[in-house]
Design a protein around this ligand. Structure first.
Ligand SMILES: Nc1n[nH]c2ccc(-c3ccc(NS(=O)(=O)c4cccc(Cl)c4)cc3)cc12
Length: 289
């Protein structure tokens, strides 16, 4: 069974990323033990106190069920003492969009192509009634100069038929600067709150993930109070309630700025769907040919 990976053949190479509950690490899977194995990305839980949270099993089941060119491929699992501990995914050598954008100078057309591909992966996710809840440039991976994939589904939740949103209690170190206003106020997550997070991700792409213009940096600067104090969620809500939003990135085309602002509409129902965003990106990209 090619989806079973044995821990003894996994050789650790380097860390790829760290979340609140987990780690993603690059391994060489080398059963022949001669260095001719394949590179894989392995996601593991941080806490190793034996019991495996059911959320972890759910995350693995979700990724296993997703088949789309803009979603990172599931390769298998590495079990230890009979219960699943590590998720094995394909390895994308160019890493996350954040690393890629800060190293290369991308033109607007390529930025818009990446943005459209993220919408295509997200539209697929929404058709399966999943909400992502953690869409951000750090969670988008680069396969090559013309292909990106959504790379983490740690906060993804299923929305039952008939429900329109999902309420959560846990906050952990929530990515509040990517959260829609209703998520901050009432922890109400929906397909529409993913659209808001996409708008922030689009902003990150057009600012080429410049740390000086990052959402946390920008929002904190917009807060009147002295800059060294940490911005609270209350301050962020006040700022968003005053209709303040992230600034327009410098070479952002006007029609793309309009898209971004629609993604950040105060009312969830006023925000576009990923399907309509795909059509808009298709149209805007045509004007660059
Ligand atoms: N280069 C890669 N090839 N395959 C991968 C799979 C996931 C990832 C990955 C995906 C997401 C991140 N973002 S992250 O913010 O570091 C993160 C968020 C949630 C949970 C974790 Cl453990 C890590 C970092 C790395 C990278 C690769």
């Amino acid at each position: 069974d090619p989806s079973v990976f044995h821990k003894r053949y996994l050789k650790k190479m380097r860390d790829l990323g760290e979340g609140h509950f987990g780690m993603v690490t690059l391994y060489l899977y080398d059963p022949a033990n001669d260095g001719t194995g394949e590179h894989v990305a392995v996601k593991a839980l941080k806490q190793e106190n034996g019991h495996v949270p059911e959320g972890w099993m759910k995350e693995i089941e979700i990724l296993k069920s997703l088949y789309h060119s803009n979603i990172v491929k599931y390769k298998g699992c590495c079990t230890e003492l009979g219960h699943v501990v590590q998720l094995i995914m394909e390895y994308l050598p160019l890493g996350s969009l954040r690393e890629y954008l800060s190293k290369r100078k991308l033109g607007v057309p390529q930025c818009l192509m990446f943005a459209q591909q993220i919408c295509q992966g997200m539209e697929y996710l929404h058709t399966k009634r999943y909400i992502h809840r953690d869409l951000a440039a750090r969670n988008v991976l680069v396969e090559n100069d013309s292909l990106v994939k959504i790379g983490d589904f740690g906060l993804t939740k299923y929305i039952p038929e008939g429900d329109i949103y999902y309420r959560v209690r846990e906050d952990g170190d929530s990515p509040v600067f990517w959260y829609a206003i209703e998520c901050l106020k009432e922890s109400k997550f929906s397909f529409s709150s993913d659209i808001w997070s996409f708008g922030v991700t689009l902003y990150e792409i057009l600012t080429r993930c410049d740390p000086r213009q990052s959402p946390p940096t920008k929002f904190t600067a917009m807060m009147q109070k002295d800059t060294q104090s940490q911005m609270t969620v209350i301050e962020l809500i006040k700022l968003l309630d005053k209709q303040l939003r992230l600034p327009r990135p410098k070479d952002c085309p006007h029609e793309v700025r309009m898209l971004m602002e629609q993604c950040w509409a105060a009312e969830p129902i006023q925000r576009p769907s990923f399907g309509s965003l795909i059509e808009k990106f298709e149209a805007v990209r045509q004007t660059y040919n």
